[in-house]
Design a protein around this ligand. Structure first.
Ligand code: G6P
Length: 613
């Protein structure tokens, strides 16, 4: 959702802000804007545009029409008020003394707006952000204090989730940032300081970053960064080094980030495996998890959103079969409001690429209050979920830019396999030989994924035949059902074709009535034990006129008797088939979207990081 950037240094801020915003486009937005303080006149130049960043780029000649070395920028994903130029950020106080951008939602903005109206303020937009900026201005004038005092007074009055970057006319060369439950990172480079909703806008300048905590405040100047607590006292925050490089946020010759990220999966999986497997032995101590501790857990709760939830669905099958641990899985937005009954001797696992998804974070907090151990599977270092969970098992996917996740999903699966193997080992359910076999199978996955990607033209051809479909159904049993859920989500999010995934055995209970002549049904059948059962379901839809695409393991040639188009994936251990069978489905969704001429990386209405509930 909304993206924030800020730069103060010796270079012209405008082009840097525009470039930074382009790195945050993936978060989802519908308007954008920048504010640069003119070094000579002290006036703020605020330029906003509705629509794509390109509009702002044209309007500002790539940021060059603004003059000054200190500025902030924003991509807005509309919540309060439509996506218009007026509602776009930055917002400013009546005298343009305070200018700021905001990500998140201020829950009590109406009440604050009324208070400010009584004090003589007027409002030009429908946003909650304008209210916050004017509240800062109000306290700044009321107490005649510093920007830190004014922002701190504001922080205690506003409720909700937010990150803010603010400039004051009377404080040239300074940017102030603060956050609560929304991401904001501060970066320090040689002769410049930066801020961003994540590190990607600052990778060209620095890898030294500071993760500020809730209700902490930062002051950025050309010469350094200073942090404060809510009392206005200076505090120390340890700098961290980010190991992502600037190339990771560029397309590097690919037409889209999604295709680049599909190709990066083998490397991302290898790096994730290498983090937990040393010299052929795997141990999760990097995540602080000991086998002795795992032995004590009687059940696992897995909670997540979107694709991360689908990882959980696949993992449930793996945990129950391999480690004999009961698993309860839920969508975070449901879990948090259903008063879940949680048993003490359990492990709660939250899965999240961004580590900032509002519902997943809220679910984690709810569980922590009940004193249940929590483990986060997260991709973004220093994110809120990573910081708040008891244990963190990072995925090493690197930055993921395309809204439709591919490589982060694949790495999340790896972490869940490893966790399940650790459970099985701790409970004495698996021999050393069996574990060796599984580790070898895990290390074979990257090469096998490359094989599947090597055949992508065939999938492209198939996608071109079905790019005008009205509906696409996915069916499968067990793990294959979990694969179908993710395949279906990939398809609908970037191709805008209606799609559903069904447990194959459930078809007869209603859905089969939707199958008509030529309806595309994609059946996933990678589980040997369920293969014949799934084939029976395929036959049922086939005889109702469906056009069948099948995904199965190499060697299951008799599927050709039933389906019209087959994609064979290399054989792996039964637990790990999701990692292979998902790849043709990622490619299929990509090529359908491409054939329909859609914006593959930035599908309409979607945001990569959903920081509001
Ligand atoms: C959004 C993204 C999905 C993602 C989900 C959960 O909907 O578009 O790709 O799976 O959020 O995000 P998280 O960062 O928690 O994994």
């Amino acid at each position: 959702m909304c993206g924030i950037v800020g730069y103060v240094g010796s270079e012209q801020a405008g082009p840097i802000l525009l470039d930074g915003l382009s790195k945050l486009e993936y978060r989802g937005y519908d308007s954008a804007g920048i504010a640069v303080r003119n070094d000579e006149t002290g006036e703020f130049q605020i330029v906003k545009a509705k629509g794509r960043l390109h509009e702002l780029y044209i309007k500002t000649d790539g940021g060059r029409t603004t003059k000054g070395t200190c500025g902030i920028g924003h991509t807005r994903w509309a919540t309060h008020g439509e996506a218009t130029e007026i509602n776009a950020h930055p917002h400013y106080s009546d005298d343009k003394n305070v200018v700021g951008v905001h990500n998140g939602i201020i829950e009590n903005y109406q009440e604050l707006k009324e208070k400010l109206t009584r004090k003589g303020y007027s409002f030009y937009s429908e946003t909650d952000t304008e209210v916050v900026i004017k509240l800062i201005d109000y306290y700044y004038k009321k107490y005649l204090g510093t920007p830190v005092d004014a922002i701190n007074h504001t922080l205690v009055r506003i409720r909700g989730a937010y990150s803010l970057a603010v400039m004051f006319k009377e404080y040239p060369g300074e940017i102030y940032v603060a956050r609560k439950d929304a991401p904001l990172v501060v970066g320090r480079a040689d002769g410049a300081s930066l801020c961003g909703s994540d590190v990607s806008p600052m990778l060209k300048f620095t890898r030294t970053v500071y993760y500020i905590d809730d209700l902490q405040l930062g002051k950025l100047t050309k010469d350094g960064v200073t942090f404060y607590n809510l009392d206005g006292d200076e505090i120390e925050i340890e700098p961290k080094t980010v190991n992502w490089d600037a190339e990771a946020v560029e397309k590097c010759g690919f037409e889209h980030f999604m295709m680049k990220e599909i190709h990066e999966q083998p490397k991302a999986i290898t790096e994730t495996l290498n983090a937990y497997i040393k010299d052929g032995v795997f141990d999760l101590s990097a995540a602080g998890i000991e086998d002795d501790k795992l032995k004590t857990y009687q059940r696992i709760y897995i909670v997540a959103c979107g694709s991360a939830y689908h990882v959980g669905v696949a993992a449930k099958y793996v945990f129950e079969k391999m480690a004999h641990v009961p698993v309860e899985i839920d969508i975070a937005s449901e879990f948090r409001y259903r008063d879940p009954i949680l048993m003490k001797d359990s492990l709660f696992v939250v899965i999240s690429q961004s580590g900032e998804t509002a519902d997943s974070l809220a679910a984690l907090r709810l569980v922590k209050e009940k004193n249940i151990d929590t483990l986060a599977v997260v991709n973004v270092t220093g994110s809120s979920i990573a910081r708040e969970a008891d244990y963190v098992m990072y995925t090493y996917a690197g930055p993921e830019i395309a809204v439709a996740t591919t490589k982060a999903y694949s790495c999340q699966l790896i972490n869940m396999y490893l966790l399940s193997m650790a459970f099985a080992r701790a409970k004495g359910l698996t021999s050393a030989d069996e574990l060796d076999k599984l580790i070898k199978a895990l290390y074979a996955l990257p090469g096998q994924i490359n094989e599947i990607i090597g055949d992508k033209e065939r999938i492209q051809w198939f996608a071109s035949q079905f790019s005008t479909s009205q509906d696409i159904f996915f069916i499968g049993r067990g793990i294959d059902y979990a694969i179908g859920l993710e395949g279906s989500l990939k398809t609908k999010e970037i191709s805008y074709i209606h799609s559903e995934a069904y447990a194959a055995g459930e078809l007869k209970h209603g859905t089969i009535s939707l199958i008509d002549k030529g309806t595309l049904v994609i059946s996933v059948a990678t589980q040997d034990a369920l293969y014949e059962k799934t084939v029976s379901n395929i036959v049922e839809v086939k005889s109702r006129g469906a056009y069948l695409m099948g995904i199965t393991n190499s060697g299951n040639y008799n599927i050709e008797n039933t389906v019209d188009f087959v994609v064979y994936v290399p054989r792996t251990e039964q637990y790990f088939t999701t990692s292979l069978a998902i790849v043709p489905l990622q490619l299929l969704a990509y090529y359908i979207s491409l054939a329909r001429g859609l914006d593959v990386d930035k599908p309409r209405n979607l945001a990569k990081s959903v920081t509001v509930e």
